[in-house]
Design a protein around this ligand. Structure first.
Ligand SMILES: C[S@@+](CC[C@H](N)C(=O)[O-])C[C@H]1O[C@@H](n2cnc3c(N)ncnc32)[C@H](O)[C@@H]1O
Length: 243
């Protein structure tokens, strides 16, 4: 997608709306991450407006964050408790923060916002260098099983059809680069709104190899935050890496 930038989909208006966004997995995710963080500290890569980081910090754990979008971070800082979090504007591949963490985590498919294998490996390496000896890197993302449902490497999906608004999801896949280009399109009397997303997906096996390159290994993998078993039918996974 020509001229695409990761922050594009997180402009000021989107960032304002993100404050109220809930996926519904927040209580389970926070419980899971708090269990691993122990006394902390924890670092979230792509922290956004703090959907997970704020309730995790409410548990008494120090949570720091990294995000590329100043609009998202402004909204985070304005939220109750947001001013107590230490956040760094930067690329999650760089993990440009001082110190070591008991828990580093990246959720909601955000790892796939790194669009090349090189950047994804770089992220693993930098995470490894910021983990305490017993530290854990937790990643929550989808498996690319949706690929099996594509025809001609693309789809158009009618997400919502209402009297005053139609929402369409348009996606194209490039098998050579493992990049998907997607745009959520809203058509209404107020006009056309676009929400572009570009991601480089990886199968869990490729992620495990990246971890090995970074001196980490897979400690546990489950299908979700309540530790459902991961198997060939799973379309999401929570993977935990350590030394
Ligand atoms: C899908 S949102 C998830 C936000 C939050 N983690 C959550 O679960 O609600 C992805 C976030 O990652 C940030 N992001 C995307 N690419 C990034 C990159 N390369 N480096 C740092 N942050 C990035 C975006 O600005 C956005 O805040």
């Amino acid at each position: 997608m020509e001229s695409y930038k990761p922050v594009m989909s997180f402009d000021e208006e989107r960032a304002r709306k993100d404050v109220d966004f809930r996926r519904g997995d927040e209580p389970e995710a926070v419980e899971f991450l708090a269990g691993i963080a122990g006394g902390g500290p924890a670092l979230e890569l792509g922290i956004g407006t703090g959907r997970i980081a704020l309730p995790l910090a409410e548990r008494g754990i120090r949570v720091d964050g990294v995000d590329l979008s100043t609009a998202m971070l402004e909204q985070l800082r304005a939220r109750p408790g947001g001013e107590r979090l230490s956040v760094t504007v930067g690329d999650l591949a760089d993990v440009a923060v001082p110190g070591a963490y008991r828990l580093i985590y990246v959720v909601f498919n955000t790892f796939f916002n790194l669009l090349t294998q090189d950047d994804q490996v770089r992220c693993f390496r930098n995470v490894a260098s910021h983990l305490t000896e017993d530290g854990v890197f937790v990643m929550e993302t989808y498996t690319p099983a949706f690929l099996y449902r594509l025809r001609n490497d693309q789809y158009v999906d009618a997400e919502s059809i209402q009297v005053d608004e139609v929402r369409i999801d348009v996606l194209r896949h490039d098998a050579a680069t493992q990049v998907i280009e997607e745009n959520h399109v809203s058509l209404s009397l107020e006009g056309i709104r676009l929400n572009p997303v570009v991601q480089r997906y990886a199968w869990p096996s490729e992620l495990d190899l990246m971890a090995q390159i970074a001196g980490l290994r897979l400690k546990e993998r489950c299908a979700g935050w309540t530790r459902e078993p991961f198997n060939s039918a799973s379309d999401t996974h929570v993977s935990m890496y350590g030394r």
